[in-house]
Design a protein around this ligand. Sequence first.
Ligand code: SF4
Length: 345
Amino acid sequence: MTTKDWNISKLQVLRQCHRKFYFAYETAMHTFTNPYRRKAYELLKMKTLKMWQGSIIDWMITKEILPAYVDRKIPDYEVIAKRGVDLAKRQFEFSKNRFYHANNISRLEVGADWAILDIHESLTPFQEIELIEIYATIEKVLIDFPTYESPVFGKSMEQYLLSARFLRPDAKQMKYEYGGVKVQPQIDLISYMGKSMHVIDWKVSERDDADYSRQLLLAGIVALGFSRQKYRQEKWLPLPTLKDVRLFEFNLLSGKHKEHVFNKDAVANALDTVYLLSDDQEELSQSKSWENLDINEYERTNKVSTCAVCNFKNLCKHVILNGLNYDEAKYLKLVQNQKLENFAV
Ligand code: SF4
């Protein structure tokens, strides 16, 4: 049996719309060799202003704040907040100039400044005031972060992070294999206290989404599996069990956190969902090469609300109007016309 790599975004998209899955996970390709596939990639990476605000905060916490605590140092929050806003401004300029669409500019060389915003790529309407508010929010959240409540009652986030035995931020490399499916969730932080561990997910949007709990459950499963493996290697006993894992979702915009249940039933349900959906994907793509896939087999959702927030909505419309083919010039015209329609509303 071949092993399939899964992450929560893939599951989420497959559940929402098969056509979206086709664009996001079958078609999107970062190279510029095929304009259709490149466009799908750009749309996959494109962010709304709110998502972008969250991604900057997340980046600064993961790359600057937590590494300082790993080294038992207290970060200079004023400096970090300023750097976060500067990064946002650079990303905004990069996106505004559409440098992401220039095939002589490598994403690797650009590094953290690389970004695609929907206001530039899909010409989504926005007002200057939104941008000012975003810079102010980034600065405020980063300055307030050490004073947020932590999962340990009575301890601020700063006291909590300093008291952990070990911190593992951005644990992306952890995997868990189940029935031929490899689960590799995005884990923002694991905070270890002896045998027990807190698995933490930074939430950076207002949305209340059931997938946060599924993502956290998968993260908990992976973290526990990894820890048990380490205990076995070191011949430490007793091995950690489900009771040693606690799952927390932190809303960085409000500073509030929420604990999610981690028990046998919740774990079984999360794994079953992964397994069932991986079957669906197998049926759709049957491991064919992109050239041999038939877009008609990827059904479109009939949920208007899903289409309204879909990154691929212009591309989806364009290929339908264009005999299921992609034509860059016609696509750009459609985006432009869409913008005029939006202004007329
Ligand atoms: S616009 Fe709607 S139908 Fe088209 S890919 Fe997106 S979600 Fe699916």
